[in-house]
Design a protein around this ligand. Structure first.
Ligand code: XIL
Length: 334
């Protein structure tokens, strides 16, 4: 019998975040990537500081290599991310022009990115993480201390989000445009953030703009309430937009206890939660709105947690690129 893969088991795209360095150098990594996934999101390769590290001097090489990989493996590329207050180069952070000059930087970046990848990158996280965790307002710079908020919001005013979607749409009218955020996966717990995402969607629409979908990052842990996850999917699906679970990972040791042991019990709990996510997505999000589920990387050998030295095992493959219980259980839920 043929061994099933994630991409062959699902009726919607199954994605993963990808980093250029292992993709280019690690054969085990690239083989799993090609075999198992039908969609990829560049984890960092298309971020502002990687591409336009020097003003108006765009280095697309890392992103281009990913697009080539994806095309040769029949994969979709989801672009990430055009507007974010993090991953900015120093020249932006220290820029001292007036609001017209800021608008120029902003528009030029969005336009150059979307134009370069037109026809190849068919969807984008246009704006990422613009909402305050505590009260659902748009984060301004320095609200909780230097560098905590969005300098785009500070220099461009609250309407910068509407304009970001407009510029992206003008550069490629066929591209699917998303608002992406975290903490919106927990309906009942963080209703302010959910309401705020929906009001962003409405503000883009009311201004005559185009917004195609909502990205729910879904960086969760074993204690994230299943009922709340389901409720937030339900509320977002009610907008009628595409719904992307865009950065799924499930932490087993969120407090980063150095003594934590990833026991059989924890492996089972994680596996059950992956399956719950996949099943609930299928059940709650209407088929035509299922843009897909993307995990934030696929192996504990190369994950945000591991690279930052955490004692945490969030993904589908283990430290040796072997399938975990989470993999089998996720696959069954797809
Ligand atoms: C993270 C990457 O995973 C890290 O490698 C990088 O150092 C920082 O960014 N939300 C997002 C992602 O939208 O872009 C972030 O990615 C994780 C949180």
């Amino acid at each position: 019998a043929v061994t099933p893969t994630l991409r062959n088991s699902a009726s919607f795209p199954v994605g993963t975040a990808v980093d250029d360095s292992p993709m280019n150098t690690n054969k085990t990594y690239s083989t799993i990537l090609g075999n198992e996934f039908s969609s990829i999101t560049p984890e960092s390769a298309m971020k502002f500081d990687r591409v336009e590290w020097k003003q108006n001097n765009f280095d697309f090489s890392a992103g281009d290599a990913m697009v080539d990989f994806a095309l040769s493996h029949n994969q979709r590329v989801h672009g990430h991310t055009l507007v974010w207050q993090h991953a900015l180069p120093n020249w932006v952070k220290s820029f001292s022009g007036d609001s017209t000059a800021w608008e120029g930087i902003f528009k030029n970046h969005i336009t150059a990115m979307v134009s370069h990848y037109k026809g190849k990158v068919k969807s984008w996280d246009v704006v990422n993480e613009a909402i305050d965790d505590n009260d659902g307002s748009l984060t301004d710079k320095d609200k909780y201390g230097p560098g905590t908020g969005s300098l785009w919001r500070q220099h461009l005013g609250a309407n910068y989000i509407v304009r970001a979607f407009k510029y992206a749409h003008e550069a490629d009218p066929a591209s699917l445009l998303f608002y992406n955020d975290y903490g919106n996966d927990n309906g009942g717990w963080n209703d302010a953030k959910i309401k705020s995402v929906i009001s962003i969607v409405n503000s883009v629409k009311n201004a005559g703009g185009t917004i195609s979908g909502i990205g729910i990052q879904m960086h969760i842990n074993l204690t994230t309430d299943n009922k709340n996850i389901k409720e937030s999917l339900r509320q977002f699906a009610a907008t009628g937009l595409l719904i992307h679970i865009s950065e799924l990972d499930i932490s087993v040791n969120p407090s980063n206890n150095p003594l934590f042991v990833f026991s059989e019990n924890f492996k089972t709990l994680q596996a059950e939660k992956y399956q719950f996510l996949a099943k609930t997505y299928r059940e709650v999000v209407p088929k035509v709105q299922q843009f897909g589920i993307t995990t934030w990387q696929f192996s504990d050998a190369y994950s945000e947690a591991t690279l930052s030295g955490k004692n945490d095992f969030r993904l589908l493959f283990d430290m040796n690129y072997q399938k975990k219980a989470a993999y089998d259980s996720y696959l069954k839920g797809l």
